[in-house]
Design a protein around this ligand. Sequence first.
Ligand code: SF4
Length: 499
Amino acid sequence: MYKISKTRYCKGIQCPKMLWLDEHKPELAENVLNETVMANGNKVGELARGYFGDYALVSLNDDKKAMTDETQRYMDEGRDNIAEASFTYDGLYCAVDILHRDGEGWDIVEVKSSTKVAAIYIDDMAFQYYVLTKHGVNVKKIYNLHIDTEYVRKGELDLKGLLKLEDCSNAVKDKFNEIEKNVEYIRTYMEASEEPDKDIGCYCENPYMCAYYKYCRRHLPEHSVFDIARMKTEKKYELYHGGIVSYQDIANNPKKVSKNQMLQVKSVLNNECDKYDAAEIQKFLATLSYPIYHLDFETFQMAVPEFDDCRPYQQIPFQYSLHIEHKDGSLEHREFLAKEGQDPRRELAESLVGDIPAGACSLAYNMKFEKSVLKNLAEIFPDLSGRLMDIHDNMRDLMLPFQKRDYYSAAMNGSYSIKYVLPALWPGDPELDYHNLDGVHNGMEASAAFASMTEHTPDEIAAIRANLLKYCGLDTYAMVKVLWKLRSVCPSTNSPTKP
Ligand code: SF4
């Protein structure tokens, strides 16, 4: 009989074919796990065990019987809190994050590093409630214990403030009768000898990105409805299931998409050259003044704030790169990278206001993010607030001409993210190719690298720091090149046009 844990049950709820592939073709799975999310999850899970006070921890063991026996022993001994409390019933197995004594019965407490209760957590808890009830445990309440984003750390960590206990008993108990049917369905699916013929759907990316996402899409053409920019996922699947799959299908059904989406499709189908509106680009360029301070921050987030005046998941800036572009085309580079293991914000803010003079024109790509970082810094450092808000107020957004489609290239594939814009403007330029970098190739890798630095040796730290500096430096150099390209299509401009 196919054995089902709570993880497998939740996967089966999302799409049972995932479980079948896990069992029969695991080599096709891609790594879709986010290391930072996992590290945050583990940290919150371990801390939360102490939420109700002292606890007994059931030792991890491949032998589930040993784990259930240990759990029973703790229950019989009169322990009030048992972490990883394990139970089995009819081939089903679950470990409860915290089993908390409640009078004559017990409460199930499921710990999550998220900030709210997602629908899949209710299924997860319902599975646990079913297994425990069938096992003979008197379950009274079922809670979800998750992060409270209102919490601001001041001194010692306050677990009761960081974590929020949400009673999910009614929603969970309502699902009790579904479990048996779902388990039966999953088992039938798993026992199939042939790969199940299940088409793709929203469930491929919700609630979790499936590891077989690419494998199950191998039948799609090179350009498909799933590449259309700024279209809701639900709509993409709706068109796909309605037979509108390729760009040609979309071109044949113009009423199904917006004007900009059709522009994306036509530019690819007709292999169109870059299009631009020089007058509009000129207007944007006229909003800039020299020297231009091309700025980019790198940040990281912690579920459990380690510093004072810090909320869970707040973006903490730890690095910036600044390319200063003068009117004669010359470039200067400044940068800051915090020391690992300490609050980087004060030092970073002081360095930044030292590098950017009052009233200077700064430029960011998608400035919403840089502005929010500056605003947060200004709030916690009132003495630097005026200077930080001056940078904030004098910032311009390099994304604007692409967002407004004043410059559009088929290679941007409908997107105005720098990830698409840069290679579209400078195709094949090796100095702008992030693949050529070592270790850190994107913002997510930069955050993970910085957050984990304290776990490394001095030599490894030196290598990580070098990688981070190269990565962030390329971000602002890329902005310089993007701006040069914009100037190059405005012949009237008397600003530098060449790298
Ligand atoms: S990609 Fe979609 S269809 Fe394929 S296994 Fe995953 S969820 Fe199921």
